[in-house]
Design a protein around this ligand. Structure first.
Ligand SMILES: Nc1ncnc2c1ncn2[C@@H]1O[C@H](COP(=O)(O)OP(=O)(O)OP(=O)(O)O)[C@@H](O)[C@H]1O
Length: 319
């Protein structure tokens, strides 16, 4: 189980009743948005297209400000002089990498230090250290055009880390990558988060990203958080239709008998007892995928039988 600081420690981020309306727009892009990101957590923020994810990223990163409500970072209001301090402690990883084409990998990573006036020898040493951390030390002198998508993202991550942030914000960081590269980048982010004890906020439209790495999740829809909680809990028993729809996006296409319905569950594991209990309940295992929170299973269930699993009350059959 992940360890979090005592409840008295201020959350890494605390949004209270935040609203943001773009000029000329009748509807706010964000409204009544309340969100707590515990320190040391890995928070996934998920939502469909247009839900407000990019707007939220802009507020968290301090690139834009809210019209109403309060945004606290590490217990302090992000406003005025605090904004700079917040930005200095927040690393950003982007979907399109945002590397400068005319700079080498090393020079890209060193850029935030250069902007802060760190002397060259020192910034190059620090940038090289970050490149080593992401496994790219040997490619330090290559230009972005000479790197693969995954390598570019590793450079982007090294650049985000070079100033020593305590909060890392990854905005659709794996959306432009193929599944295998995406998995390796998520593993890297997870390793770094644990090694450096960072708070990681991952904004994504992909539920599999949430499943793979997060400890907590917040579901954004029409500019507000409609469901939030520990990832395992939300995945096991999603309460909001949007969460269920996002989870159901990977519903396997399998033929079902007339008396069967397809049921999705997240189980702590798939041990022989669980498998035997599924068989006794007349449930047919259609698909199983292991991830950090447990095992995601799709079952074909006989509509007239409740599901009995070890350690849980009988589960009604439903969508
Ligand atoms: N600069 C802008 N001016 C006016 N309206 C905007 C602007 N940026 C976003 N919006 C609107 O705000 C709402 C939220 O948009 P946002 O880009 O934050 O959503 P998103 O969840 O990031 O979507 P996507 O996944 O498609 O990128 C949408 O209705 C969008 O049309």
């Amino acid at each position: 189980m992940p360890q979090f600081p005592p409840a008295s420690a201020p959350p890494a981020l605390d949004f209270q009743q935040v609203r943001k309306t773009y000029p000329g727009q009748p509807q706010p892009a964000l409204h009544d948005l309340t969100l707590h990101v515990p320190r040391g957590s890995r928070m996934g923020i998920i939502g469909r297209s247009g839900a407000g994810k990019s707007t939220l990223v802009r507020l968290i990163s301090g690139l834009d400000h809210a019209d109403a409500g309060v945004l606290l970072a590490r217990g302090e209001v992000v406003h005025g002089p605090q904004l700079r301090a917040h930005q200095a402690r927040t690393g950003l990883v982007f979907q399109q990498f945002n590397l400068l084409a005319q700079r080498t990998a090393l020079q890209n990573v060193a850029l935030p230090l250069e902007l802060r006036g760190v002397p060259r020898a020192r910034r190059d040493a620090l940038a090289r250290e970050q490149l080593r951390l992401v496994g790219l030390e040997a490619l330090a002198d290559r230009y972005p055009a000479q790197l693969s998508g995954g390598q570019k993202q590793r450079v982007g991550i090294a650049r985000a880390l070079v100033t020593g942030p305590d909060l890392l914000l990854a905005d659709e960081a794996t959306s432009a990558l193929d599944p295998e590269t995406s998995a390796s980048i998520l593993t890297l982010l997870l390793d770094i988060q644990q090694e450096r004890d960072l708070t990681l906020v991952i904004v994504t439209h992909q539920m599999e990203v949430v499943r793979a790495v997060t400890t907590h999740v917040a579901v954004l829809d029409h500019g507000t958080i409609v469901e939030t909680g520990e990832t395992g809990t939300v995945l096991r028993a999603p309460q909001h239709p949007v969460t269920r729809a996002l989870l159901g996006a990977h519903r396997p296409q399998v033929p079902l008998a007339d008396h069967e319905t397809l049921r999705h569950l997240t189980l702590p594991d798939l041990n022989p007892d669980t498998l035997a209990a599924l068989a006794r309940s007349g449930a047919r295992l259609v698909q199983a995928q292991a991830h950090l929170q447990g095992v995601d299973v799709w079952l074909a269930v006989s509509a007239h039988l409740p599901l009995h699993l070890p350690g849980s009350a009988p589960l009604a059959v439903g969508a």
